[in-house]
Write a protein that binds this ligand. Structure first.
Ligand code: DX5
Ligand code: ZN
Length: 216
């Protein structure tokens, strides 16, 4: 089994004390931050963008895992890399050409992920599984934190894992200790969690709870 990484989504954080929370996550042993960027067009919500990423990456040593839920990612890739992105994930459903996005991101020496919404057929990402560094399988409809996990999405995870044992498979949406277990069992190794972490006072306990893979 691949090493399992917890990727806290700062979408659920209290932005008034963001860096304090990030420091507490570092103390809890977390090394990846999941940064959800929403443009109010690709998804019906607006979150934050380059300035927040830039401030955070200057203030901590976390790996910045940027999830772009935006219609035209290619236009902003350079800005996000300049702001400290270590990995950029765009959606296969965006308006830009996927091959162009991947090339542009890799040309900037940044890791590249490709994300798939719940209603999109798995076949749309399969051509890229030997080209990108990560596939993000959305386990909720993108746009908001705090939604319920969609177990049917695990079929996609299983299919991708059966075709590529090395690629990072990220699941995002509704991840708690129970769904984390099911996702890992299906082959996921990067687990995004927003409310399951920021909804708890003690991040140590929250992170440990997501890594107890013994429910199944
Ligand atoms: C949803 C975002 C997720 C979200 C996860 O569009 O991509 O990263 O913040 O939040 P929870 O873990 O609360 O479902
Ligand atoms: Zn996300």
């Amino acid at each position: 089994m691949k090493d399992i990484s917890i990727c806290p989504s700062i979408l659920s954080a209290n932005f008034a004390c963001l860096i304090d929370d990030v420091n507490r996550l570092e103390k809890a042993g977390v090394s990846i931050l999941h940064v959800d960027v929403m443009d109010g067009h690709f998804v019906p919500n607006i979150s934050f963008g380059v300035p927040i990423l830039s401030s955070l990456s200057n203030a901590c040593d976390m790996f910045m895992d940027v999830h772009l839920m935006i219609t035209n990612p290619i236009r902003y890739v350079q800005s996000f890399v300049d702001a400290g992105a270590d990995s950029i994930t765009f959606h296969v459903e965006c308006d830009d050409d996927a091959d162009d996005c991947i090339r542009r991101i890799h040309d900037l020496n940044c890791k590249c992920g490709i994300a798939i919404k719940p209603s999109t057929d798995i076949d749309s990402v399969l051509p890229y599984i030997n080209v990108v560094d990560m596939i993000l399988v959305m386990t909720v409809e993108p746009g908001f934190g705090g939604q319920s996990f969609m177990p049917d999405m695990l079929e996609k995870v299983r299919k991708i894992r059966s075709l590529n044992s090395e690629i990072n498979i990220q699941v995002d949406g509704g991840i708690n200790s129970k769904s984390a277990n099911r996702a890992v069992d299906a082959g996921a190794n990067w687990l995004v969690a927003g409310s399951a972490i920021f909804g708890q006072k003690d991040f140590d306990t929250a992170v440990k709870g997501l890594k107890e893979f013994n429910v199944i």
